[in-house]
Design a protein around this ligand. Sequence first.
Ligand code: TLP
Length: 346
Amino acid sequence: MIDLRSDTVTKPTEAMRRAMAAAEVGDDVYGEDPTVNRLQERAAEVFEKEAALFVPTGSMGNQIAVKLHTKPGDEVVIEERGHIFNYEMGTPAVVSGVMLRTVRSGNGCGHLTWDEIETALHIDQPYYSCPTGLICLENSHNFAGGSVMTAEHCSEICERAHALGIPVHMDGARIFNASIALNESVADLTRKCDSVQFCLSKGLGAPAGSILLGSKEFISEARTWRKRFGGGMRQIGILAAAGLMALDESPDRLHVDHDIAKRLAFGLADIPGIDIDVESVVTNIVIFDVAGTGKPAEAICDSLRNDEIMAISFGSRIRMVTHCDVSGTDIDKTLNSMKKAAVQQP
Ligand code: TLP
């Protein structure tokens, strides 16, 4: 199977499995797992933040941040296609009692300008508005096709938000992909954010786990909320060992995923009826519209599946994500199958 549904599907390498088997462990709810502690210290060092917390999933990391930055009745400003809004099962409403105020990025790249954010803010307004409690950013932006936000852009938003007393959370599930694409460090890309979540389990290739970063005080409170969410795991150094390898070794190979994603994009652009902006593919996510083929995206994915290729459809679009278990040859095979699948029936 060539699995292009997501970069979440990667399998741990032999070296990762060996590190997992040999991991020194302890009870992490007591803060006594040495491997988890090393991973957290290493993550804080790489991002130049005061503290870090290992959490089971990116969603939990994001939702702990939403919970800690807001109070019930607040509003959270987020780009319309953001993961926290679309794919975290309404948790901001269920757990934090907040509303999400969505804004479509004008140029479609997924990264709101300060002017766009400003139109959605409620500060010191009459009694009928929900006050803005948080701004959530996403880098790279998953459903805007893995687009990236520069350090300068992010810093500007944080500075303006802070001047109004509003914190900023970064959903950096794929921040290392953004870092490689922009040639800017993850620390610079998140320098002024009040909290950051990044996933070890996506392009970095670990089987599970994410990290939440912020000030010492924030992370200490986050630890309480992780327990409340049911995320207090015990001898979890077994997973942290894979996370440490993923953090230290995987970023260096992400450019390979980006190169083959670009190659996929160029190939797709040559297929009649497929609409794709090749220039906008700068990381490992390729999203394209198949309406012009006259075939439903779902039917195209079904036909790919017969050739042992998996991709995700939504509306008239298809998403393909490259990762360490996908090769250039797999991309050639995918393009051949796409040509077949996209051909209009007579
Ligand atoms: N994204 C998954 C699906 O949930 C859509 C994927 O296949 O891309 N932030 C971003 C930007 C994400 O893309 C994801 C997962 C998460 C957060 C949540 O991470 P997990 O799955 O660990 O909860």
